[in-house]
Write a protein that binds this ligand. Sequence first.
Ligand SMILES: [Fe+2]
Length: 201
Amino acid sequence: MSIVKLQSLRKPLITLSGAAVIAAAAAVLLMVSATLGTVRAQSAGDLNDLEIAHVAYTADLIDIRYAHLALSKSKNPAVHAFAQTMIRDHSAVNDKALALLKMLNASAQDNFLSRQLNAQADQLVDVMSHLHGEEFDRRYAANELAYHKAVNGLVGGTFIPNIQNPEVKALFEQALVIFKVHEKHAAKMVASLKKVASLGR
Ligand SMILES: [Fe+2]
């Protein structure tokens, strides 16, 4: 990969003295924030391309994880079909992302948002693993709808406008088309499970 390409993935370099000043200021800010109980080191809009790639890769893995849980717990054929679609599509997007990063000779960078998403997923998997039958199905479906809404909003509203590398941006644009279909599919699944629940009353 060319140096130009790699540099296009990075934010502009700052001078060492500038970095030292920023680090000191950040340390003070963190101390103040920690005292106030509102530590927010970064926002999604501050992430560089390689961090954004890491968040998206993590978000894909999380949806695959939820899908495997659904396959092991649910007996509903519609839930199974949805989960299989999630595994197929999110695996395919992640394979493309890995291939692109390899071509660019770059690696995705772990960051606060990836860690936050994983922590939330750990909690939710724990909660859902204790649910059974239709209760599990409704929770899984509701989460898939909320999760796709949230991730699609982040991808379309923050990530795509901020991505610098055109190939990375193109991959995200392609993926968003697929994930919007998932969101609609999830909305249908939520509606059909509600219908079944109301008929059973
Ligand atoms: Fe999905």
